[in-house]
Design a protein. Structure first.
Lengths: 265, 176, 469
């Protein structure tokens, strides 16, 4: 029986080093973390991997909290993030349902393909707000990037190993309330104050989450949540999709940003 | 690859990226987990992998090589129902039955993880499962009962068994 | 009648909870092939050519079918009821909705079937498409259906009509005219089990077809008609349907599986993906309903004019039947003596629509109830009191001249009022469904009231739709 699934080379590394080696320079490799995004693509014939690296046994699932810093391995399940500092905890709790959260991973969510039909990568906004640094392997070896930079250059060329952030002084999350567990979070606004500095990240307005520097600057200057929130459309350009129109997103975002900044104080 | 399914060890012949759902249904003819959406969104394919509820349609078998899988077929038989099954039957928690397997395995995981659970906790645990027939209330009733050890059997009010003492006379030309 | 009100186990309950219920996809027949369909990517286009040679040459492909393979390609779902056929099983010459099946493949695996579908070459010439029923009903809108913009076979008319009394006079005599437009939208059934069928060729030359249909004999007839086979050559096996809600009456997969099974001489299964189920399986129809009520300031509804546009999608299927049911219920649970109803089945380049719980009726019920609340609002009257006043009573006749013997409007409305904690006036609280007399029988309701004991109202078959103006 001929079939492309037969032709896929599947590697299941059992250590971080082996995972890095298996990923190599990332060319023509499909990384399978929790499988929640990639496996349906394979099932429906939209993705036919030549080489697949399954990370479940590579020892990349871990959460370490010490000396005011939190380090999370890329394979940590989203369900394990629910009790972590805001806005990460609240964002994690809003991802799908409990069974999917047990299979989905931080790394998979961070590397979610740019959202066209469905907004994934909610965690991206939380990590931006937390000022997370991402450790990854790939061409040029291992390196560390601020998460918002990696999202711009594209995390798909890298093997994400772990993220790290300083525990915030305060964190807040605001989103359009989901009607039920099957709904996506249309817009996710995250804010956190770390070391006196406030960072704001938004997912759902554009293909990937983005850092909102205009909002941050306005808030840093005047401390007025509403006025700062009004600057949000300087930072992001909302899009139309099946879940919500650009119009709806544009109207809702300032309200959500305002709430997040207010809750932070 | 090897999988132990409902206590029986199998050598799996499907390719390593084949999903657990595919292996169970197509290779092992274990058909209780259903293909509701093949995207992990409906819960009809949920089975237990090493005791944890997992969407079988999202799980490549290479990721669970050597694991122990439980499905409804391993829960109990019609004349020897498990607590969860008895609860579903007694509470009319199934109509078309297509979503039932997934709900029951999620419920079984709750029963196995000791302790009581409130109705709200039950709802949260089941929130990823879709049912289009029942409106969920009876399913939540059944699982809440099962988890909290309140199980009743499916007694019936009347005996609908064969009535062999009664004869029915057919008169030609008249309605029977 | 010992069973009514008693607790009984579901007869299929034990099978459901032990995982033993056999749905079509659970049937295991050795050698079963997988099916995938080539679907139109265009809403409306001419099909200039179809080349399946590359697909047929792929290893693992056992059969490819197009319109040429169907003994009788064009068949109508309601042909047995006298509705002419309009829909091809496989597209021939043109495609009229995005997702319409052009060809189908049976192969050793799903992957090979998908690859084969990709290998079928089709030349299209795109045409203008229309998606909205109001637009489609405009005289200058593009048409694509051989019958024109609307279904034309309601007897001598191109719409379903109900006429009773003198609606023009009612509108002249009214104190207020209340208008409203109601547009319930398409709804997808979302059964947990997607459309699926399995066709198994028997050594005798017969076909056994495992089907998820809700309408076994109906589907059998559809398959037999397309194949031009006697019914005795088919054996249909049903069983538990994994949710249908009206969406599994369309015989969506059986015939194509049968054709592929005949051509490949192998069992063939076709299971819709969830995406196919959402995108291309039939839905409840969108409707456009315009109501105009002629009312008096003291809350009598003297007359109603109704214009309904029903979105059939690209083909007629069951839509004429749905509009007919809709027409029966356009006065709701209320007695309106003068009515003029016109209902059109309009074609658009959308997924052909079908039945769904309360087919044809939920739309008009929604419109009627919303409209009555609007009328109450305009009149400054309590919405439930308005309903109680105009409620069907024994001896009243509907718009279709059905005499009512046991209407429940009054009882149900009063029960609902009580359950909702909504107080109605004293004279309303004591209302019953008894035959109208006195204040509840004003002049304008006399003619519509059937003689006591009458079972049928007068019916004059020489007049359009049995009577009226």
């Amino acid at each position: 029986m001929a079939g492309t699934l037969e032709a896929t080379e599947v590697v299941v590394p059992t250590s971080r080093q082996d995972a890095v080696a298996a990923f190599g320079d990332g060319g023509d490799v499909t990384v399978v973390a929790g499988g929640t995004i990639v496996v349906p693509e394979i099932t429906h014939g939209r993705l036919r991997p030549r080489r697949a690296v399954l990370l479940g046994k590579a020892g990349l699932a871990h959460v370490t909290r010490e000396r005011g810093r939190t380090t999370i391995g890329a394979m940590t399940a989203v369900s394990e993030l629910e009790g972590l500092p805001e806005p990460l905890g609240a964002t994690a709790r809003n991802v799908a349902d409990i069974e999917v959260r047990r299979q989905a991973t931080l790394g998979g969510n961070l590397c979610a393909p740019p959202g066209v039909e469905s907004p994934r990568g909610d965690l991206q906004a939380a990590l931006i707000a937390l000022g997370a640094q991402v450790r990854s392997a790939g061409p040029g070896g291992e390196r560390t990037d601020p998460v918002e930079d990696l999202l711009v250059t594209g995390p798909e060329g890298r093997l994400v190993l772990e993220v790290e952030f300083a525990d915030p002084q305060a964190g807040a999350q605001s989103s359009v309330r989901r009607p039920h567990a099957h709904a996506y979070t249309i817009l996710n606004v995250c804010a956190a104050r770390t070391g006196g500095e406030v960072r704001v990240g938004v997912s759902g307005a554009g293909p990937r989450a983005a850092r909102c520097r205009a909002v941050e600057e306005a808030f840093a200057q005047a401390g007025d949540a509403e006025a700062a929130a009004a600057r949000i459309l300087d930072d992001v350009t909302p899009h139309d999709d099946a879940l919500a129109s650009a119009w709806y997103r544009s109207r809702t975002l300032p309200v959500l940003v305002g709430r997040a900044l207010t809750d932070l104080s | 690859m090897r999988l132990t399914v409902n206590g029986v060890e199998h050598d799996v012949l499907s390719p390593p990226l084949a999903t657990l759902l595919h292996v169970l249904r197509e290779e092992l003819a274990i058909t209780s987990p259903k293909a509701g959406c093949l995207q992990g969104g409906c819960g009809a394919c949920t089975v237990l992998v090493d005791g944890e509820p997992r969407r079988a349609c999202l799980t490549p078998i290479a990721a669970i090589d050597g694991a122990s899988v439980s499905t409804v077929e391993g829960l109990g038989a019609p004349d020897d129902l498990s607590v969860v099954q008895a609860a579903f039957h007694a509470h009319y928690a199934a109509q078309c039955g297509f979503c039932t397997s997934g709900f029951m395995m999620a419920a079984q995981a709750l029963v196995d993880s000791d302790g009581q659970a409130s109705r709200e906790e039950v709802i949260a645990a089941l929130s990823g499962h879709i049912c289009r027939c029942t409106g969920y209330v009876k399913i939540i009733d059944a699982v809440t009962a099962a988890v909290n050890g309140d199980v009743r059997t499916a007694e019936t009010d009347i005996d609908m068994g064969p009535r062999d003492e009664e004869t029915i006379t057919l008169v030609p030309g008249s309605p029977a | 009648m010992k069973a009514v009100g008693a607790r009984l186990p579901r007869y299929d309950g034990l099978a459901h909870i032990t995982g033993r219920t056999q749905y079509v996809d659970d049937v295991r027949i050795h050698g079963t092939l997988w099916t995938k369909a080539l679907r139109s990517p265009h809403h409306h286009a001419a099909v200039r050519s179809i080349d399946t040679s590359r697909a047929e040459a792929l290893p693992g492909v056992h059969a490819v079918v197009t319109a040429q393979d169907v003994p009788r390609n064009v068949y109508g779902h309601l042909e047995a009821l006298g509705v002419p056929a309009d829909e091809p099983l496989l597209a021939e010459g043109d495609v009229r909705w995005k997702g319409q099946v052009i060809a189908a493949v049976a192969a050793e695996s799903e992957e090979i079937a998908l690859a084969a579908v990709d290998a079928i070459d089709v030349e299209f010439e795109e045409r203008e498409a229309v998606f909205d029923i109001r637009r489609a009903a405009d005289p200058d809108a593009p048409t694509f259906h051989q019958w024109g913009p609307v279904y034309p076979h309601f007897g001598p008319h191109n719409h379903r009509r109900v006429r009773k009394g003198d609606v023009d006079r009612a509108f002249d005599e009214a104190d207020v005219i209340v208008e409203g437009v109601y547009r319930p939208q398409a709804i997808e059934h979302v059964p947990m089990e997607t459309q699926v069928a399995l066709a198994v060729p028997e050594a005798s030359g017969r076909l056994t077809i495992y089907s998820c249909t809700q309408a076994m004999y109906f589907s059998m007839g559809v398959v037999a008609a397309h194949l031009q086979w006697p019914l005795s050559k088919l054996k249909f096996v049903g069983g538990t349907v994994g949710g249908g809600f009206g969406g599994k009456v369309d015989t969506a997969t059986e015939t194509i599986c049968a054709l592929l099974a005949i051509k490949s001489r192998r069992p063939v299964k076709w299971r819709f993906t969830r995406e196919e189920e959402f995108l291309v399986s039939s839905t409840r129809a969108p409707w456009h309903i315009e109501l105009r009520d002629a009312v008096t300031t003291d809350g009598w509804i003297l007359g109603r004019r109704t214009l309904t546009l029903h979105d059939a999608g690209a083909y007629a299927r069951f839509s004429p039947y749905g509009v007919t049911k809709h027409a029966f219920h356009h006065t709701g649970a209320y007695t309106i003596p003068n009515v003029r109803f016109d209902g059109f089945v309009v074609f658009t380049n959308r997924v052909p629509t079908t039945a769904m719980r309360g087919f044809g009726v939920t739309s008009v019920s929604l419109a009627v109830e919303l409209h009555l609340s609007r009328v109450a609002d305009v009149l400054g009257m309590d919405p439930l009191e308005l309903r109680l006043k105009n409620a069907n009573r024994v001896g009243d006749t509907t718009g279709n001249r059905v005499v009512l013997h046991d209407p429940s409007t009054v009882a149900v409305t009063l029960a609902a009022a009580e359950a909702a904690g909504h107080e109605v006036g004293e004279e309303y609280r004591s209302m019953t469904s008894d035959r109208r007399t006195g204040d509840l029988l004003p002049e304008h309701l006399v003619e519509q009231q059937a003689p006591e004991g009458a079972h049928m109202a007068t019916f004059d078959p020489t007049l359009t739709n049995g009577g009226g103006h």
